[in-house]
Design a protein around this ligand. Structure first.
Ligand code: HEM
Length: 424
């Protein structure tokens, strides 16, 4: 039924030669028939090669750099049933260097992206399952009707959202960043394969990380050797399908040149990465690591870069850790991760510099929250626990006992299509 309703024409909008009226009259969203088909083709073409990680990058790709302030002004007046403000009209005129269909398409794409992507990010952050755009409107025989989008959050039929993939990636990035600026720390469980990640997501964790020990050991590779490149990258690509933000442990980047690491990160489609300054032979200099961080952030600004600082567990003084943290944050790191730190005074000093990530080692989440910690990772713990449970289960079978386990059907459900970002 909803699908039939969404196939109805969209309500008519009157012609307009400037401001919001001009925009509404020239975008794909409020047109029907041949006009819609032509504008739809134009719109799709404008975004087909865009791989933006933020709305800002998207604006630049649409040749409207720095326009998000104006777009935010236009968005509340965009829908034909909303009143048009003078500020919205003025913002359209600032952006419309010429009043042609392609200019309208560029502005329209950003306006469509603006509110919906912010709403989707907030739903991802809070776990709200309702559609970020709750209703749309159609022209029916008796007049304009409202159609609920519960079953089709990205629409359906001729007007279905063409920006779905891009929107999902940008919204996951935004949500993941916001998860590091909450009062309560983000509890980030680390998976090692698709099933462990899907099971954690299904259990209600809103973001998932990976553990390099788990990924390496599962493939017979020694952790930290830099040899799990293919496995880590393949897993990242698979996990980017999950409906929640995913962050992957890239060790020190798996490539020699910073530009190659940046290219790799931009192509993964994940919301976050961990990059460490430890190498198999020791620590790199802070300058080298800062250069790597800034190169990656320039190429993929929306990907949350968690800079792992390996000083503490190599026995260096806190001053060295603080100095490196400052340099990495100046270079663009979004968060810092210092494994091994447990002393409350050290934690507080580091938490004042950037969102601080610690391993779940000492202290409860609320104790760590009190010290300013913003993210608590399980690291390799879940993989190690699973390994232990595997052996214990086999021993129980051998010894005539039983052990708790997911059922076959539960595991199949976890990896069904309904669990992916593009489901629905
Ligand atoms: C990069 C971000 C986005 C872009 C560029 C974008 C672009 C568009 C465009 C151009 C349309 C009109 C298509 C047409 O009329 O043929 C549209 C429709 C739609 N979009 Fe998006 N969108 C974005 C994000 C989102 C998000 C996050 C959601 C919510 C989950 C969403 C939900 C929808 C829905 C429901 C429609 C269909 C409206 C209807 O049928 O009346 N969009 N989008």
């Amino acid at each position: 039924m909803t699908e039939e309703l969404l196939n109805l024409p969209v309500p008519h909008v009157p012609a307009g030669d400037h401001g919001v009226a001009w925009l509404r009259a020239n975008v794909v969203r409020f047109s029907n028939g041949a006009e819609h088909a032509r504008r739809r083709a134009l719109t799709t073409k404008l975004i087909e090669n865009v791989h933006a990680t933020t709305l800002d990058e998207f604006a630049t790709a649409l040749d409207l750099p720095g326009s998000l302030g104006d777009i935010a002004e236009i968005a509340p007046s965009y829908q034909p049933h909303e009143p048009v403000t003078a500020a919205a009209d003025a913002a359209v005129e600032r952006l419309a260097r010429s009043h042609d269909e392609e200019t309208a398409a560029r502005i329209g794409l950003l306006v469509q992206a603006w509110a919906a992507t912010h709403a989707l990010a907030e739903h991802l952050r809070t776990g709200d399952p309702t559609p970020p755009v709750p209703i749309t409107r159609r022209a029916a025989e008796g007049g304009v009707i409202e159609v609920g989008l519960d079953a089709h959050p990205f629409g359906h039929g001729p007007h279905a959202c063409p920006g779905r993939e891009l929107a999902t990636r940008i919204a996951k990035n935004m949500a993941f960043r916001a998860m590091h600026h909450q009062d309560e720390p983000l509890i980030l469980p680390n998976a090692w394969d698709y099933a462990s990640a899907a099971a954690l997501h299904a259990a209600g964790f809103r973001a998932i990380g990976t553990t390099s020990l788990g990924v390496c050991a599962a493939h017979g590779i020694v952790d930290g050797s830099g040899l799990a490149d293919r496995e880590a990258v393949a897993l990242a690509r698979k996990l980017s399908d999950l409906p929640c933000p995913v962050t992957v442990d890239l060790e020190s980047g798996f490539r020699t040149a910073p530009a190659e690491v940046a290219e790799l990160v931009a192509g993964l489609g994940v919301a976050g990465i961990n990059l460490e300054d430890g190498r198999p032979h020791g620590l790199v200099t802070p300058d080298e690591q800062a250069n790597l961080i800034s190169t990656v952030k320039e190429r993929a600004p929306g990907v949350f870069l968690n800079a792992r600082i390996d000083t503490h567990w190599r026995g260096l003084a806190l001053a060295e850790t603080v100095d490196r943290a400052k340099r990495y944050v100046d270079a663009g790191a979004d968060g810092i991760f210092v494994p091994g730190v447990t002393e409350p005074r050290d934690i507080e000093a580091l938490a004042g510099l950037a969102p601080l990530n610690l391993l779940a080692q000492h202290g409860t989440p609320s104790e760590l929250a009190g010290l300013g910690v913003k993210r608590i990772s399980t690291g390799s713990l879940l993989f190690r626990a699973a390994l232990q449970h595997t052996v214990a289960t086999a021993q129980a079978v051998r010894d005539g006992g039983t052990a708790a386990a997911f059922s076959y059907a539960e595991v199949q459900d976890l990896i069904s299509r309904g669990t992916r970002s593009d489901a629905g």
